[in-house]
Design a protein around this ligand. Structure first.
Ligand code: ZN
Length: 635
């Protein structure tokens, strides 16, 4: 079976990537651009910056402490190898296959006799191996190597990449296993890599090694740093924590690994702990976009309700990592709330990042951009994560390869099976050809223009001998959805909607999701957006962009009339709004409340999907807009 995550058991089972294919539409187009542009783009940049040559220099004995790239640049090569592996399995692309062989050969040459593989430590006069576990990322890199090898093993079988990964994994187990050094890596990732490598190879000792790393964490195992041990989740044991904190990507990769280990070892307490952390984090520390992480200084979660829109970090990688956690929780429990968050995060974090041509990316995903960015030089590395424009590559360039590997295997997140039938979670034009355990074929073709339109047509493609259940996820926002089957239309509530019978080929089940735009009100404890509303349509969060306003400055003084229903128009959603007349003052804190006079010129404010922002050139932008002072909205 080919899939990034294959638990040995769980409430539902993922489909293999060969059993599902995207056939166009929103995600099909993005996956095609990823294949045609992004994969080669990533390799070109890593070559250009010497991140690939780092492997050659280790092999040739010419490397040193001056090597280019951060200590985690090796991981970008591995994430690209993972993306290429999923792509080859999907399309059989010969260029992607050649790239895998090319990159693998260079990586393999850099591996030491004992299996150690890293270009930043342990060679020439570089710092010794494992001399900076807090910030050195050695095991983090190895974790990504293991995930790449899992992709290769499941799609092409044992090859050089898999053999390199085995030797690296064995080296880690010898060094950090029972009786070895009782240490952990500052950036979790080895855990999720080890757990899946254990599943893919059938060798439980790798899963046990992941458990060891998990259990050592949270006891002050790492040295304290100025950001505090919460930064790398070494402050509280994972079973005792009740919320995610510290560096968001670290917290989420760790949680993903914990679900894997909990499932493989039957550790229900650990699974409950991650569910509990998910619940509180989603309720209090997550943006309306699904984005996670508000603090820039440590790329981390803030306190509960600390969700400023303009200082939202919402790293693209944290979106990818959040999907990794929710997908694992979904497979374990079958609870559709996890699929709901995956959908929100896919459309409003992952889809935001890549440019339309797949050759530039957002790293941070703020919900409010006060000053338009400057056009990015497509030939320059962006030194900063926050620029207001998509950049071709970054000094720290974790996000492009994370987008690449996610999009390359995205069809694996659309549907699952259990003993009784097929569950479809994410709506995209696709075809599914699967089998239930008894051999019953479940084959469907899905046609939809979602999220542009809310009609999802599921056509049965194979006769059934016995009844099976088709389950369609009705998203939490979809009040008023209907399901039509056998000529009957009935309302369906948010949650799983089911149809069970012995289906005949050609039958059609139609889910109609309500796509009228809606206002969304934030919890007043999120002080930074108190008194504001957001507008959503289907799974998409919308935003106002300066280049859609009569004057760009209007974005600062804009208010919306919460009493007027947003309505869909050509290419945009319109909400009644106007500008407040806010004079500049020498001091922004007058003695009494301002009498916010607005001109009475109400106009239709256009809002568009947030994932499309800054695609028509740099702009300022906001998702949350203040509501007009109540007494003046009536008119
Ligand atoms: Zn990133």
């Amino acid at each position: 079976m080919t899939s990034p995550v294959l638990p040995s058991h769980g409430r539902v089972r993922p489909l293999g990537l060969a059993q599902v294919s995207l056939t166009g539409g929103f995600w099909g187009e993005r996956q095609a651009v990823n294949a045609a542009q992004t994969l080669a783009h990533c390799e070109t940049w890593m070559e250009r910056l010497g991140w690939l040559a780092n492997f050659d220099r280790v092999a040739d004995g010419t490397t040193g402490p001056d090597r280019p790239g951060w200590s985690f640049s090796d991981s970008e090569v591995y994430k690209l190898l993972e993306a290429l592996s999923w792509e080859v399995a999907r399309s059989g692309d010969a260029e992607a296959e050649a790239a895998i062989k090319r990159l693998t050969a260079r990586v393999a040459r850099a591996q030491d006799q004992d299996g150690y593989l890293n270009t930043c430590f342990g060679h020439g006069d570089q710092p010794p191996r494992y001399s900076d576990l807090e910030m050195g990322h050695e095991l983090y890199n190895t974790g990504h190597l293991l995930q790449a090898a899992v992709a290769r093993l499941r799609t092409a079988g044992e090859d050089d990449l898999v053999r390199v990964a085995r030797r690296a994994a064995d080296h880690v187990c010898r060094t950090f296993g029972p009786g070895g050094t009782a240490a952990i890596c500052g950036h979790p990732e080895i855990e999720v890599g080890m757990a899946e490598f254990g599943r893919a190879t059938g060798e439980q000792r790798y899963v046990e090694q992941a458990r060891l790393f998990l259990d050592r964490r949270g006891h002050g195992t790492l040295r304290d740093i100025p950001l505090g041990r919460a930064y790398f989740q070494d402050d509280v044991p994972i079973r005792e924590a009740d919320v995610w904190r510290g560096h968001a990507v670290r917290a989420l990769y760790l949680a993903a690994a914990a679900v894997d280990v909990a499932v493989e070892l039957g550790d229900d307490d650990l699974l409950r702990a991650i569910e509990r952390q998910w619940e509180r984090t989603v309720a209090r520390r997550t943006y309306v976009t699904g984005g996670m992480g508000s603090r820039h200084q440590d790329e981390g979660f803030g306190e509960d309700w600390e969700l400023p829109p303009d200082r939202a970090y919402c790293e693209t990688c944290a979106g990818v990592a959040s999907i990794m956690v929710s997908w694992r929780l979904y497979l374990a429990t079958g609870d559709v709330r996890y699929a709901d968050l995956i959908e929100r995060t896919l459309y409003n974090v992952v889809a935001v990042s890549p440019s339309t041509d797949g050759r530039a990316f957002f790293y941070a995903n703020p919900l409010h951009q006060r000053v338009a960015g400057r056009p990015a030089d497509q030939d320059e590395v962006s030194p900063r994560a926050e620029a207001g424009v998509r950049a071709p590559w970054f000094d720290v360039s974790c996000c492009p390869t994370n987008v690449a590997r996610t999009l390359a295997g995205l069809h694996g997140y659309l549907a699952t099976t259990d003993d009784d039938g097929l569950q479809i979670h994410q709506y995209a034009s696709c075809s599914v050809r699967a089998e239930l355990p008894g051999g019953q074929p479940v084959a469907v073709d899905v046609e939809t223009a979602y999220p542009q339109a809310g009609t999802v047509r599921v056509r049965i493609a194979a006769d059934a001998d016995t009844p099976w259940t088709l389950t369609l996820r009705v998203p939490a926002w979809a009040d008023g959805a209907t399901l039509t089957e056998g000529g009957q239309t009935r309302p369906v509530r948010p949650g799983p909607a089911q149809v069970r019978r012995a289906f005949r080929a050609g039958e059609e089940i139609v889910l109609e999701l309500p796509m009228q735009p809606r206002l969304t009100w934030p919890d007043p404890r999120i002080d930074a957006v108190r008194g504001c509303v957001a507008v959503e349509r289907g799974p998409e969060v919308l935003c106002v962009e300066s280049n859609d306003l009569p004057s760009p400055d209007l974005l600062e003084s804009l208010v919306l009339d919460p009493g007027s229903a947003p309505r869909a128009a050509e290419g945009a959603v319109l909400v009644r709004g106007r500008a407040l007349d806010l004079a500049d003052r020498p001091w922004a804190y007058p003695a009494g409340p301002l009498d916010e006079q607005g001109d009475d010129d109400w106009f239709d404010v256009p809002l568009r999907p947030y994932h499309g922002w800054a695609r028509r050139g740099p702009s300022s932008m906001r998702i949350f807009v203040p509501v007009a002072p109540q007494e003046r909205t009536g008119a």
